[in-house]
Design a protein around this ligand. Structure first.
Ligand code: 5GP
Ligand code: ZN
Length: 135
């Protein structure tokens, strides 16, 4: 399979690795949003969050939490975004599950914008019911 993160996991493509266990490898992003921007990459190929077994998702976010603490201490950042993109429209470019850990500084150039979507409260309640029925 032609997957860049599978190749990184297998060591066919070099990466700056900062943590590794049986299920995850944490590397520094090649095109960081800020210094220390890291990626928690699953060692098994799953395209996205929905495809992943719950147990692995849990483990991945625990790794992200540990690395976030280390990044905070190493960079002295003011905040951290945990970002996990699923699908092209959501900004996913590598279709192999990964979690971004992005250190944030008071004055940085990172833009995370929720846009100016507007809706009525009835619609919010309606979609809430629909989602509930699918859980
Ligand atoms: P996505 O947009 O899919 O959520 O994020 C993919 C991330 O992987 C991007 O931030 C991109 O810079 C990073 N990336 C893509 N290819 C490589 C690579 O070969 N090495 C490393 N270290 N990061 C990569
Ligand atoms: Zn892969």
């Amino acid at each position: 399979m032609d997957c860049v993160f599978c190749k990184i996991v297998e060591g066919q493509i070099p990466s700056t690795t900062i943590f590794e266990d049986n299920d995850f490898k944490v590397i520094l992003d090649i095109s960081p949003a800020n210094l220390g921007h890291s990626l928690v990459i699953c060692k098994h190929h799953y395209e996205n969050l929905i495809e992943m077994p719950e147990e692995l998702v849990g483990k991945g976010f625990i790794v992200a939490k540990k690395v976030a603490k280390a990044i905070k201490e190493a960079t002295n950042c003011d905040g951290i975004n945990i970002l996990q993109n699923n699908g092209v429209v959501a900004g996913q470019t590598v279709f192999h599950f990964h979690i971004h850990i992005i250190p944030r500084l008071e004055k940085d150039s990172v833009k995370i914008d929720f846009g100016d979507f507007k809706t009525e409260s009835e619609k919010i309640i309606e979609i809430g019911e629909k989602i509930k029925n699918n859980l």
